[in-house]
Design a protein around this ligand. Sequence first.
Ligand SMILES: NC(=O)c1ccc[n+]([C@@H]2O[C@H](COP(=O)([O-])OP(=O)(O)OC[C@H]3O[C@@H](n4cnc5c(N)ncnc54)[C@H](O)[C@@H]3O)[C@@H](O)[C@H]2O)c1
Length: 379
Amino acid sequence: MKYKKIKTAVIGCGMISDIYLKNLKEKFSVIDLDSCADLVEEKAREKSEKYGIRMRSVEQIMSDKEIGLIINLTYPSSHYEITKAALQNGKNVYSEKCMAVTVSEAEELYALAKSRNLRLSVAPDTFLGGSWQTARKILDGGMIGNPVGFNAVLIRGYHLVKNDADDLKRKFSVMYPGGGIPYDMGGYYIYNLINLFGPIRRVWGNSFTRNPIRPYLNPNHSRFEENFAVKTPNTMAVTLEFDKGVIGNLFITSELFGNETIFNVYGDEGILYLGDPNNFGDRIYIKTRGDEKNAISFTHPYLEDSRGLGAAELAWSILKNRPQRISPDMGLHVMKVLAAAEKCGETGICEILNDNFSRPAPLPSLYYGGECDEKLLCD
Ligand SMILES: NC(=O)c1ccc[n+]([C@@H]2O[C@H](COP(=O)([O-])OP(=O)(O)OC[C@H]3O[C@@H](n4cnc5c(N)ncnc54)[C@H](O)[C@@H]3O)[C@@H](O)[C@H]2O)c1
């Protein structure tokens, strides 16, 4: 390769690490995947053997001067600690969402990255995927006229079937601070809305924990019928107003059953029916005046599960000395939106946000195919 690849280490070898490691190894040539680490040594060993990379301690990775990028795939309560240590050791960071558990932690990380002139991107990167870049192109091209509003709904059932194995696997996740569905999945929706409409100006609504004390329902759980505490919001309903005057509703809950997603954007000349923001390549549809609802052909690649795309784009931005598309401003803004939702639930007052940043630049839409698709991430 003409450019010197960015030597990269992954910290956190849990559930989502497989698809990251696979893509970082096979899909994105800009990444030189060097090593992985986990609090639990067996997890790191398994991934290091599977992907042919070094297993190291967090400390070894942090002190290695050659490592230029750390990908933080720990659970949310460790994001702050790992990202902070990485920045303090002069590493660029791509972190899974959210940036931290609290806004003040996120502000500290944001300031640290700025003061050290380091890159900090926070997932999700699905909005760089083919479905969402196509949506952006359709919207910016004016095919539904001027955007007026949106309606987004995300329904999951997180608590219904838990057994001991689930508890062990995701112990520090969806029931703990920073991991509830507004933080866990909400980021996908808010990032994709920001990609379409820019920063959010006003937030009204509520985000709260429904039934915080609840029993284990599964007779196979060793603590069947005993109570446990949900320590994070699990339901959020907000109205969001964007800089451009676009306004709409976002309802998220993990309190129901099954998976249900609605993501519609309404313009004065048509409607866009978007996919699940958790996915890279869902089919999208359009309905314009006097026509049926029609499927849209994709204008961009990365339709398959391309987790790691944002980290690769970040690596290219370092090599090409330009800003990365997933800016730390976006990551911090999302934290503030989520906190505002909780706060206006308590006060009953609309929260005003004053963050100013531009929408991420769209990816070019030239469709090269195969390995050449990575060319889209260069500039
Ligand atoms: N699981 C998914 O489907 C999914 C999808 C997309 C994004 N994510 C996000 O990815 C992140 C990780 O999720 P996951 O499901 O893989 O979680 P997980 O709990 O399965 O894995 C996290 C891993 O991080 C390790 N870890 C925690 N603190 C650490 C520390 N200080 N040092 C070293 N290792 C540490 C844990 O031991 C664990 O192995 C979360 O932010 C989550 O929101 C998860």
